[in-house]
Design a protein around this ligand. Structure first.
Ligand SMILES: [Zn+2]
Length: 334
């Protein structure tokens, strides 16, 4: 039997542990939500986090024959975040909120029942419909690896490992982070890579007290190490805990039919067929809106009663809303 070196064995054990944690512990274990029931900070309060390097940062380094760690010249630096689109919606009774990735995250031309519903609702003359449309439309988010707590007080899990998760940040926070790193319009204010484990910067996220107001972000005045000397031993191997957020979203994004069923509470979703102009509609659109039943009312296409016009589901908007970024996926065709 071939012997594993201590180094390789340790690396594999650590990676296996990390994968197990990431797979078996469910989404809440991996995600830092800024709003909703599991929000990491209450309205009007603030939280300190450290953003972390890109998930493949380990590939940036390699050990040469002499055991010296050097930078891998083949490693391509890339941004430390992943841009995605989320949908949030509320159950008809308003008691629960669902969040799903929008399929347009990976393909701007993808069909998405939530995007379609949001568009139709936005066109409705009814203000409640419009509000619901705004509620459910795709929200742009920027996913970063992060750890809660300021330097020397970073978050560790119950089993003593660094509590590294991914943070879903709205565009306002992203823009602030980008400005800290690049200086924005004033390059002399740039702090460079604030995610650097050796001399990056903690940031403070200040949640607005009022729904709809903007998040504020502050950057620590001094650079700091990621883990204080007393945390270093416990934190060993932390890069293996970084979440590959792009792969995660790719794995979690649902199909049209699954999203349809989740939103309307019924089966029967199929992506739209031929484009509208192929129908002889006598000047009217082929359908005002697909014959979707009201949410929560199970039915089949054959026994569904005709819906009153406008045939759009109407849910009351709820107090709890996702990050205040009412932006559509960039470059959508519609
Ligand atoms: Zn969508």
């Amino acid at each position: 039997m071939g012997q594993l070196s201590d180094r390789v064995r340790d690396a594999m054990v650590k990676k296996a542990q990390a994968v197990k944690e990431q797979m078996g512990s469910g989404e809440s274990r991996r995600r830092l939500d800024l709003s909703g029931k599991k929000a990491i900070v209450a309205p009007g309060h603030e939280v300190v986090v450290r953003l972390l390097p890109r998930w493949d940062i380990l590939k940036k380094y390699r050990t040469d024959a002499g055991g010296k760690v050097t930078v891998n010249p083949e490693y391509q630096d890339d941004v430390v975040f992943f841009e995605a689109f989320e949908h949030w919606w509320d159950s008809p009774d308003g008691r629960s909120t669902t969040r799903e990735w929008c399929p347009c995250t990976f393909d701007e031309n993808a069909h998405c029942p939530l995007c379609e519903a949001a568009e139709k609702l936005a066109e409705s003359p009814d203000q409640n419909d419009k509000a619901l449309g705004a509620r459910i439309r795709a929200k742009e988010v920027f996913l970063f690896n992060a750890i809660l707590g300021r330097v020397g007080q970073r978050a560790f899990t119950e089993d003593g490992r660094p509590d590294i998760r991914y943070l879903s940040a709205p565009a306002t926070i992203f823009q602030a982070v980008s400005a800290f790193m690049t200086g924005g319009d004033e390059a002399e204010f740039a702090r460079g890579d604030i995610t650097d484990p050796r001399d990056g910067y903690d940031i403070k996220l200040i949640r607005p007290a009022k729904q709809g107001d903007r998040w504020r972000v502050d950057c620590a005045p001094q650079p700091s190490v990621l883990f204080a000397p007393e945390e270093k031993e416990k934190a060993k191997g932390w890069p293996t805990l970084l979440v590959d957020v792009e792969a995660l979203v790719r794995q979690e994004v649902k199909s049209y039919d699954t999203l349809y069923a989740a939103y309307y509470g019924t089966e029967g979703g199929t992506p739209p067929g031929p484009p509208a102009e192929e129908f002889d509609t006598g000047g009217a659109p082929p359908f005002d809106f697909p014959d979707f039943p009201e949410p929560g009312v199970p039915s089949t296409p054959h026994d569904a009663p005709p819906l009153p016009s406008p045939a759009v589901p109407s849910l009351p908007p709820r107090a709890s809303v996702p990050p205040p970024q009412p932006r559509r996926p960039a470059g959508r065709r519609r």
